[in-house]
Design a binder for this molecule. Structure first.
Ligand code: KIV
Length: 295
């Protein structure tokens, strides 16, 4: 008797097969993706039944307190991908290619994608942008690694975009977004993230593309949704974007728990008997006798 959920058509060692994403879109089954950055989070996301785990370079902001994602290094991404891959068994692990690891040439892009798969244990990779990045995506796909595209608000180029702002809000910009998404699909991307774009534009792109779209701030018509771990769980000090729904308030939980710890240590109510180790009575008596002799 298999313990695998019946909604998937086929399995490889318990891992969600990549082609299944296309089938899910055809069937109208929504695809669920969440970011994670370490082994316990990968395990919890797996247990909760998510389909894809994104080891996002959003880690730079939500985990490491940076102002943006641009300084996240490939080595950091490799380490985090290793941790997440150890925790997550069924979901496909998508490793973000960090800024500077794929822009300058197809060769760089392939070499660094291979590192994320070979050293990090990623199943597939994600890169931001279109234009010259379409060629990078094609080169990585040709090397045998699945690529997820990402258009709209692309945080690695937030400065060029004028900040963390919604994209595709004029007819001309919306058409360009559609063309970018179609070019990424033609390059072989297995899915495309649409970030912070009007829901009507995301709906049109989702209709036009054969491969699934994964939305973040792009409305309900996308074929799947992604949220950042810390944002959705309330474990982030800054102000979350308007498209975030908070499913928990872990920051408040954690501060409350730490506050109780502080109070109990100071008042002497922690640790209690159950948190300590005993020793055999005769050993204790011998030890105390030795102490008495020293006095
Ligand atoms: O790095 C990240 O978490 C992302 C998501 C916002 C899609 O790219």
């Amino acid at each position: 008797m298999s313990d695998k959920p019946p909604r998937y058509a086929s399995w490889t060692h318990g891992k969600l097969p990549l082609p299944e994403l296309l089938e899910m879109k055809r069937r109208g089954d929504k695809i669920v993706m969440v970011t994670a950055y370490d082994a316990p989070s990968g395990r919890l996301a797996d247990e909760a039944g998510v389909d894809l785990i994104l080891v996002g370079d959003s880690s730079g902001m939500v985990m490491h307190g940076r102002e943006s994602t641009v300084s996240v290094s490939l080595d950091e991404m490799v380490f985090m991908t290793q941790w997440v891959s150890r925790g997550a068994k069924r979901p496909l692990v998508v490793a973000d290619m960090p800024f500077g690891s794929y822009e300058s040439s197809d060769e760089d892009a392939v070499r660094n994608a291979v590192r994320l798969v070979k050293e990090g244990g990623a199943d597939v990779v994600k890169l931001e942008g279109a234009g010259a990045m379409v060629s990078r995506a094609r080169a990585i796909v040709d090397a045998g690694i699945g690529v997820m595209g990402h258009v709209g608000l692309t945080p690695q180029s937030a400065t060029m975009l004028g900040g963390f702002k919604a994209q595709g809000r004029s007819a001309e910009r919306a058409r360009r977004l559609l063309e970018e998404a179609l070019a990424l699909e033609a390059a072989g991307c297995f899915a495309v993230v649409l970030e912070a774009v009007p829901s009507a534009v995301a709906a049109a792109i989702s209709r036009e593309l054969t491969v699934p779209t994964i939305g973040i701030g792009a409305g309900a018509a996308c074929d799947g949704q992604v949220l950042v771990w810390h944002d959705m769980l309330g474990y982030y000090e800054g102000r979350a974007p308007r498209f975030v729904k908070r499913y928990a308030d872990l920051g408040v939980e954690i501060t409350g728990a730490l506050g109780r710890f502080v109070e109990e240590v100071r008042s002497g109510t922690f640790p209690e008997e159950q948190h300590t180790y005993a020793m055999p009575e005769d050993e204790l008596a011998a030890f105390e006798a030795e102490l008495a002799e020293r006095r």
